[in-house]
Design a protein around this ligand. Structure first.
Ligand code: PHE
Length: 338
């Protein structure tokens, strides 16, 4: 008899109860009127006094173990079930959780940064609220330059404004670091413009700066050519047009052949087959001097591109405003998770 009691104990140690049905089977098998425990008690009633003495204790112990086990699992299942109403249909599918996704501009920005990383550029950033020196003066903007005008710049104070370009970060970086330097600065910039399909009062730029000895315009061209090839594929064509920026000399704007109409002519490329993608140039020696860099020894190039513009060409989205309207029908198309 003692062996039988021990066998039941061993069974209980190994038992796995994962649902209410298994718990009910457990109750019937061990604790019901026809269950094992009551068999032991029946036997005990007719047992001889010395057997009663010997086996009474282990049978009672077994009873406690069985009851405790049952109570433990019952409490667990009661807890689970208590949250449900009687008419809850457990077979209904659950409510799916909406997982956030990356914004299309974030995706493009990450791609652009990834390409420059491969070229060995480091990343830095700076404040969006900027002083006149970093946003304008150090970059050679004359006092009467139209960019300083209230129409272009959001001024907070006489000398404090929302940065109009990330070139301000170039100044900050050059002030704090020594050449050679190869760095990009992504960030949000602000311009006081009328909002339209092609312009917004804020947008995102990535600027790049390369300062070393004997840097040439050919270095700039090659870097930018490889950059757009990585971004748009081998078939991309580029052209440079002379331009003007106060902080670069010579300055240029770079166009790529229109990705939307393949050069045939559309309203994005204004029927020219080319779209401007970035501004660039050789850093003006005066700017280097302003930032404490020996312009006799070092020179370099800089470039700046608009993230929205790249996104527009990559995704064929012609209206910039849609990026900031948070329309889920638009954003869900960039869902990279599901
Ligand atoms: N800062 C310029 C702009 O916002 C872009 C630029 C950057 C041009 C670096 C030349 C060199 O338009």
């Amino acid at each position: 008899m003692i062996e039988e009691i021990n066998n039941v104990r061993k069974e209980i140690e190994k038992i796995e109860i994962t649902n209410v049905e298994q718990l009910e089977n457990f109750r019937i098998k061990y604790l019901s009127k026809k269950g094992k425990l009551s068999d032991f008690f029946d036997w005990l009633k007719t047992a001889k006094p010395d057997q009663k003495k010997e086996l009474g204790k282990p049978i009672n112990e077994l009873k406690n173990i069985l009851q405790n086990t049952y109570e433990y699992y019952k409490a667990q299942f009661d807890l689970l079930i208590s949250g449900l109403r009687e008419d809850t249909d457990l077979t209904l599918p659950g409510i799916s959780i909406n997982i956030g996704t990356k914004h299309p501009l974030t995706l493009i920005q990450e791609e652009l940064i990834g390409i420059f990383r491969k070229f060995g550029f480091a990343i830095t950033d700076g404040p969006e609220i900027e002083d006149d020196w970093h946003n304008f003066s150090a970059l050679n903007f004359p006092d009467n330059h139209p960019a300083r005008d209230m129409q272009d710049t959001f001024f907070i104070d006489k000398d404090i404004a929302l940065r109009t370009h990330t070139s301000s970060v170039q100044v900050r970086y050059m002030e704090k670091n020594k050449p050679p330097m190869r760095v990009i600065m992504p960030g949000r910039v602000y311009r006081n413009e009328a909002i339209s399909a092609r312009a917004n009062c804020f947008f995102h730029q990535i600027e790049g700066l390369y300062i070393d000895e004997n840097v040439s315009f050919a270095d700039l061209k090659q870097t930018l050519y490889y950059f757009v090839k990585e971004l748009f594929g081998e078939t991309v064509k580029i052209r440079f047009r002379p331009s003007y920026f106060p902080f670069t000399e010579p300055s240029a704007e770079m166009d790529i052949n229109c990705r939307i109409c393949a050069g045939v002519g559309c309203n994005v490329c204004k029927h020219s087959g080319w779209v401007e993608i970035l501004g660039c140039g050789m850093v003006d020696p005066e700017v280097l001097t302003n930032c404490g860099i020996d312009s006799e020894k070092y020179n370099g190039y800089a470039f700046g591109l608009g993230v929205e513009r790249v996104a527009m060409l990559k995704y064929d989205v012609k209206d910039l405003r849609i990026y900031f309207e948070n329309d889920l029908r638009f954003l869900n198309q960039f869902n990279t998770i599901s």
